[in-house]
Structures are given as C-alpha cells and as structure tokens.
Write a protein that binds this ligand. Structure first.
Ligand SMILES: Cc1cc2nc3c(=O)[nH]c(=O)nc-3n(C[C@H](O)[C@H](O)[C@H](O)COP(=O)(O)O)c2cc1C
Length: 360
C-alpha cells in the first residue's frame, strides 16, 4: 500500500480505538485467577519492592506501554508524550510500526524519542510481514535508527486478513524470525496485537531461539473489530464480525508462555490490562511485566499527560497493595503466591493437560 495510505490508516486507527465497540466482548480471563488473601502478611507497605528489568535495564514498576503509533503529526505528539510519561514513571516504552520511515525519513522525529526517555527502555517496532518483503539489514537497522534497546516484531494475521489492504501471505516467517533474533543478539521481542500467543506458536518461537515475548492476548483491544469498522467492503465487514472475538485469552497465554519458554524467558503479559489487580494477576500467572496500549492512550487523550501519569501511579499503588495482601515482597515472590484458577481459564488449562499450573 502507498505510504499516504499507511498514514491515513494510522490516523483512522487512532480515531476508531476510542470507541468501546473495538473491545473484545469475551474477557481476558485474568479474573479467573483468584489470588489468595493473606491476613497475616508480616510485611509493611514500605517493604514492597515493585522493581523489574527489561533488556538489562531497570524499571521502577513492572510496566510497559506497548507499541502504538507514529507517522502522523498527532501520533508524533502522542509518542513524545507517552515517552516522557514512561521516563517519569520508570516504565518501558515501545513505538508503533516504523515501516513508514522507510519512505518518509522526515517523520523520524515522531519515533526518535531517545532524548526524552533518557536511560529508560525504548523499543522499536515492525510487522512480521515486512520480514518477507524487506532485506534483513533494513529490519535490523530500525533499532539503531531510533537508538532503541531492542525491536518488537508484531504478529497479526487475524488483523491482516480482515484489513482490506492487508497481507495474505504468512509462509516463511519462522525462518526469518530465527535469522532476525540472531542478528539482534536476542534483543528481539515477538508480540501479538490482541489475539494472543498459543502454546503451538510459543513452541515455534522457542525453536527460533526467541526468549522474549509479549502475549498481547484477547480480552482488550480487538484489531479484527477495528479493521471491520474501517472496512468498506462487505467481505471485510462480514469476516471482521465473525472473528471479532478471535484469540487466545490473555491469562491463558501468559501461563502458556511461561510454561513453554521456561524460567529464564522474559514474558510480557498484555491485552486488556485495566488496573493494578490485573497487573498483579499478570505477574502471578508468570509475566515479568504487564503491558498496555489502549487504556493508557485513552487516559492521555482524555486527561492529558498529568491524567495519564496519575493513572500509572494509581496502577503502582494498587499493585503494591495487592502484593502486600498476597504476602509478596517483590515481583518474583508474586509469581509464586497461592492462587486458585477458576471458570473458563480452568477449562483452557485442562485442555492442555496443565492442571499442575497452580491450584485448580
Ligand atoms: C492506536 C493503537 C495502535 C497500535 N499500533 C500498533 C503497532 O504499530 N504495532 C504493534 O505491535 N502493535 C500495535 N498496537 C497493538 C498494541 O500494542 C497491543 O498489542 C494491543 O492493542 C492490545 O493491548 P490493549 O488491549 O492494552 O490495547 C496498537 C494499539 C493501539 C491502541
């Protein structure tokens, strides 16, 4: 598609995601993770340590603003604002797809936010489809182009299929991921965009040497719904309606990622994260970090930089409270606190023969 087309599409995405009709109507299943209350935690609130790390850099809170945007004037403003928020709060930040920069170098300032984020974690972003169409050197160079700490590669076949101008070819991506991971010395994070990573996909990623993923599960923003609402053709509208809730729920995808990739892997749990209790459940399920896109974007759009900062602070406050109530002194201890898996999440775990994943 033309680059003007990409810019127009990005602007439409920013407009459409404001509507609640782009949310999955099925849940993340995070509420099926019941963390067990400890009335005698033997901890003071000041004992609670929420620090984490990503790509070797420290974070004050185990949080990340996942890739969203860039490439329009407003998107540049959002990237700069969200990068400043991430720097202030000590959380990680990823830009949206950098594809537009290959043709429009003058838009670099919308993505190059290293001066704003300082020593903080900054990640680049590109779609897996580009691995099939562009030389590997060009993909690798996206990292140095914005002085990033690593690159997020997004997998979004469901969105592409509904998008009228989307890709239809997905064969050959795994081999390219292996090569890209090697070229980046492991500074590769593979993510979905709201349809989750299944155990089967995670096994393929493990075979490609990937040990950093963002599950971006279903239950939050649905990109098949976004594309359905953008669509003009009857075909895309119908497909978008039928697979509007397609995906692997966030809670199950996080448990799967930890189980398949092992203890040493970095797992980001995202897709529909709304509050500090969700963040605690992400960590308990095996995530190192909780990520969010639409929720922080709406805070920023509706309440400005100050409102978004207050929202992140509140998330931290809620997380600290829940950690205390679980008796977890730090994020690592939270991963191992007592919990009960209930409802549909229990069905997903049983289907994969994982009753050992916590107390079901
Ligand atoms: C406005 C907007 C633009 C997005 N653009 C990208 C993108 O360019 N690259 C990407 O990997 N993900 C993109 N995403 C997907 C998010 O990173 C995230 O995976 C998804 O929205 C699910 O998280 P949420 O439920 O917290 O929104 C975008 C999300 C939003 C809201």
């Amino acid at each position: 598609m033309s680059d003007t087309g990409i810019e127009k599409r990005k602007a439409e995405h920013l407009r459409l995601v404001r509507e609640d009709s782009v949310l999955h109507s099925k849940p993340t299943l995070l509420s099926d993770i019941r963390l067990v209350h400890q009335a005698l935690p033997e901890l003071n609130l000041s004992d609670i340590d929420t620090t984490a790390s990503l790509f070797g850099k420290p974070l004050k809170l185990p949080l990340m603003i996942t890739g969203m945007t860039g490439g329009t004037e407003y998107a540049g403003e959002l990237n700069r604002g969200l990068a400043a928020l991430a720097a202030d709060q000590g959380i990680a930040f990823a830009v949206g797809s950098q594809r537009v920069l290959w043709r429009h170098e003058h838009l670099l300032a919308d993505f190059a936010v290293r001066d704003i984020i300082g020593e903080g974690v900054l990640l680049g972003n590109i779609g897996a489809a580009q691995l099939l169409h562009e030389p590997m050197d060009r993909i690798v160079a996206l990292v140095s182009m914005i002085e990033a700490d690593g690159l997020c590669l997004h997998l979004n076949p469901a969105q592409e299929l509904v998008q009228e101008e989307g890709d239809r070819e997905f064969r050959g991506v795994c081999e390219k991921i292996t090569e890209l991971n090697e070229r980046l010395d492991g500074r590769l994070l593979v993510k979905e965009t709201g349809a989750g990573l299944s155990p089967e996909t995670l096994i393929k990623l493990r075979s490609s040497g990937v040990d950093c993923v963002d599950v971006s599960g279903s239950g939050g923003t649905s990109w098949t719904r976004v594309e359905q609402q953008r669509a003009v053709s009857e075909r895309s509208q119908r497909l978008g309606r039928s697979i509007g809730d397609w995906g692997v729920p966030t809670a199950f995808s996080i448990i799967a990622a930890r189980s398949v990739l092992g203890e040493q892997a970095t797992v980001i749990g995202s897709g529909g994260i709304r509050d500090g209790l969700d963040v605690a459940r992400v960590l308990a399920a095996g995530g190192n970090i909780a990520g969010f896109a639409r929720s922080v974007l709406l805070q920023f759009m509706d309440h400005g930089a100050e409102g978004a900062a207050q929202w992140v602070e509140q998330l931290g406050e809620e997380l600290r409270s829940v950690m205390l109530l679980c008796g977890a002194r730090n994020c690592n201890e939270l991963m191992h606190v007592p919990r009960v898996y209930t409802g549909e999440l229990k069905d997903w775990l049983a289907a994969y023969g994982w009753p050992g994943q916590g107390r079901t």
